[in-house]
Structure formats: structure tokens, C-alpha cells
Write a protein that binds this ligand. Structure first.
Ligand code: ATR
Length: 277
């Protein structure tokens, strides 16, 4: 695929953004589907000024990452209802409605869908009992996704006040870390950075509790096989690695931006190659 006068523009805004794996993932998807598009990383400090510039320059689709996911919401024309409830936008779509003169910027959150799609490959979410570790931005997206899919969610977090606040906004139960031994569930999702390089021996939960779950997902992807996933597999659980959510949130973006079916395997391979760089 050659860049020419008709190449459509896509990208990611964040600060910093140089280590993002999204350019590799989306450019691989464009190449595999024959779409004449290019996706670049843009390090920006002011989300509002960036959105105005992107609109002016004719961008079609833009990912939004740290620290702009909340601030960008004040600068878009429309917000998807689930993104509004989560309180974070990670995807912008610039479009012109039929007969409309001006470009409309719509904000979505595909993180929750990425998490749901990754889990739904292995389990039926409706009615499943899911324990989510952590209460940050990732936990919020994962938790809202699970509630949306009809799962029964429990939140556990080191800092109780933050965990309780998230549980309240999800309408679900909070479990204090010292009471985790009382929990029974089907699925465990780690949304904390515990276990990430260089602290690869750290575990976000007592491994003696792992056999209670049939499926364990970690959103940490460096290393790809975290100690949590290794111990979970040894305990007989099925496991989902941290690239799955990334891959599927990107796949949903691709669908929003192009209207085409995303080449999910190509996207995963591109992410795997990036991890090795
Ligand atoms: P993100 O937006 O990527 O989810 P975050 O907002 O920094 O990141 O949230 C990180 C989550 O991991 C928090 O719930 C945090 O717990 P606290 O609320 O107690 O800070 C949790 N976390 C981070 N480091 C942790 C650690 N060493 N042990 C347990 N939990 C940890």
C-alpha cells in the first residue's frame, strides 16, 4: 500500500505516546484489508487544541490515550452513552452526516468492548461472577463492560475508598483485600499493574485462591505471560493475556472507522511483533 493523495488519516493522541503499539496494529489492519489509510502517533499536551486541529486537517479516526481520555470529552460533539457513563473516551470518529456541511466528532469508549470480546471468546458473560482487581481507569472500563454484558461484578482494591467508589458507580459489591478468601467466582480479571516488568514476581492475589476461578485475564502484557497467568494455568484455569483487550479494543475502533470487519488475527500478530522490538 502506497501513501498517495487519497490516503486517509488516522492516529493516536497522548502524552507521551512514542511507545504506543497502536500504529503497528492499525497500519497492519489497513494493509491486510487494502484500505488506503495511515495511522500515526501524535504527542499532544492539550486535547482540545488537538481535536480542533484534527477536525480541520480532515482526520477520520483517532485513538485517545493517557492523559487525555477524560479531558477530550469536553471537546467532542457527541458521546456514545456507555462512554459517557464510564467517563472516558478512547476513540474519536470524525464524520459528515448525510447532507451535513460540517464534520461531527463522536467519542466512543472501545476499552470495555475490548475486554468483553476478549472474555466472550472463552466464556458466556451473562450470569458469570467476575472478580475485578483494581479500581483505576482500566477497572472502570472493564467493570462497566461486564455490567453491560449482564455479569455479576465484584471489585477488590488496595485502597478501600477508591474501590468502594467504583463499586458504587457500578452498582456492585466491594470486597476488601483481606476478605478475598471468602469470594467465589467464575472469572478473575487483574487490572492493576502488579506483575508488570520489572516486578515480574509480584502477584495481585494469593495464588491459593486461583483454583476457584475457571478463567483468569490479566491486562498486563509485559511480560505477556505474567506470573499470575502462569500460576492460573498451573491451577487449571483458562487464561487470557494482556494483548487480547488491546487487540479487541482496536478491532472495534477499526469497525467504527471503516465499517469493515477487522482482521483480528493480523492485529494480534502486529502487537506481538511490537512486544519483541
Ligand atoms: P489505570 O488507569 O491504568 O487503571 P490507575 O488509575 O493508576 O491505572 O489504577 C491502578 C490500579 O492498580 C489502582 O486500583 C491501584 O490501587 P490503589 O487504588 O490502591 O492505588 C492498583 N495498584 C497499583 N499498584 C498496586 C500494587 N502494588 N498493589 C495493589 N494494587 C495496586
Amino acid at each position: 500500500m502506497r501513501i498517495d493523495g487519497k490516503t486517509r488519516l488516522y492516529g493516536i493522541i497522548g502524552h507521551p505516546v512514542g511507545h504506543s503499539m497502536s500504529p503497528a496494529m492499525h497500519n497492519a489492519a489497513f494493509a491486510a484489508t487494502g484500505i488506503n489509510g495511515v495511522y500515526v502517533a501524535m504527542d499532544v499536551e492539550d486535547a482540545g487544541r488537538a481535536v480542533r486541529a484534527l477536525r480541520e486537517l480532515g482526520y477520520i479516526g483517532v485513538s485517545v490515550t493517557v492523559p487525555h481520555k477524560e479531558a477530550v470529552m469536553a471537546h467532542v460533539d457527541e458521546i456514545d452513552p456507555v462512554a459517557r457513563r464510564i467517563g472516558a473516551v478512547n476513540t474519536l470518529f470524525f464524520y459528515r452526516g448525510p447532507g451535513e456541511k460540517d464534520v461531527v466528532v463522536r467519542g466512543f469508549n472501545t476499552d470495555w468492548q475490548g475486554s468483553n470480546l476478549a472474555l466472550a471468546e472463552k466464556i458466556r458473560l451473562a450470569g458469570s461472577r467476575v472478580l475485578v482487581l483494581g479500581a483505576g481507569g482500566a477497572a472502570r472500563a472493564v467493570g462497566f463492560g461486564l455490567v453491560e454484558a449482564g455479569a455479576e461484578v465484584m471489585i477488590s482494591n488496595r485502597t478501600e475508598a477508591k474501590g468502594r467508589a467504583l463499586a458504587r458507580s457500578l452498582g456492585c459489591r466491594f470486597v476488601a483485600p483481606e476478605r478475598l478468601a471468602e469470594v467465589r467466582g467464575d472469572v478473575l480479571v487483574n487490572t492493576t499493574p502488579v506483575g508488570m516488568t520489572p516486578h515480574v514476581d509480584a502477584l495481585p492475589i494469593d495464588p491459593a485462591l486461583l483454583p476457584r476461578f475457571s478463567l483468569v485475564m490479566d491486562i498486563v502484557y509485559a511480560p505477556l505471560e505474567t506470573r499470575l497467568l502462569r500460576e492460573a494455568a498451573a491451577a487449571g484455569c483458562r487464561v487470557i493475556d494482556g494483548l487480547a483487550m488491546l487487540q479487541y479494543q482496536g478491532a472495534v475502533q477499526f469497525k467504527i472507522w471503516t465499517g469493515r470487519q477487522p482482521p483480528v488475527e493480523v492485529m494480534r500478530r502486529a502487537l506481538l511483533e511490537q512486544l519483541q522490538v
